[in-house]
Design a protein around this ligand. Sequence first.
Ligand SMILES: O=C(O)CCC(=O)C(=O)O
Ligand SMILES: [Fe+2]
Length: 307
Amino acid sequence: MDLNGTEAHHHTEAVNGKHHSSNGHHNGNSHSNGKDQFKNAYPVFQLNEKLSEEQKKFFDENGFIHFKGFISKEKVSELLKEAEMIQNEWVSKGYKMINGVPIKYGTDVDGKKIVQRFAFLNKHSEKFANLLKDARLKGLFDLIGAADCRIGETEKDGLVFNHYINTEESNYSQLGWHTDALRDIFQGQKVMPMLNVGIHLDNSTTDNGGLRIIPGTHNKGIGTMLFKKVYFISHKPDKKELGLNVEAGDLTVHDGRLWHRVARSPFTGEKSRRRVMYVPIVTGKFIPRDENSKPLLYQRLISITNK
Ligand SMILES: O=C(O)CCC(=O)C(=O)O
Ligand SMILES: [Fe+2]
């Protein structure tokens, strides 16, 4: 499927125009609700406990999938408040790392010191831990299909919270091209199937930076995975990249081998704020991290690049 072409766009219009609710589609692109800015050139879905064949097929072909309204706006506000509380604690205690993952600090528009990249947030709050217990997340295991799929509560970086803002003092406004699976290689492991599940906490439209993916780059082999771009250094738009228009509360999933980046907002200050959490779904060898874990070179790379 050419998701960038006008043809795909028309095709998607047709798909969304059917207004069917039985097959797990969500009519998030409706013209009647004034949400045109969140329209996408690909079908969006509703996440239930069991994935449909159509959803699995879309993911297999494209390496990503987008579900509308995974959590309510009220839940989003509650989680933002909770994260702010944890942030204030981490700032006041001066934590540098959580389970060996460097914490990225920066400065907000009002001069306040903030956390711009949290790791293992689920280990610091019941609210975040409970979010990962949502039965619909287990439904996503079908996208991998292995018997040992699990939510990475104590593996990789656990539940990550990214807080991007574009100001002079901000330390995190973009993230260069990468795949999330590279870390397996840094860890001396075979690349294992992995999903990265994003829970979006701000509205984010493509004219305001945000997530850019290259559909279909998840199954092109190890050469593509290693060498398609210069990891974390390259920020150049790709002619095949696709930006996602998401609303706070939406959930996206991308394959660990899919190439993606986060584009810097062309705006500065409040308008550029973007907060999104990620939790991995993993398979294979269980490699938990705890307070004695040392940072991987991979984690240092994320932390030192991408201002
Ligand atoms: O902010 C995003 O949407 C993507 C973040 C990301 O790619 C990462 O943390 O590995
Ligand atoms: Fe990533």
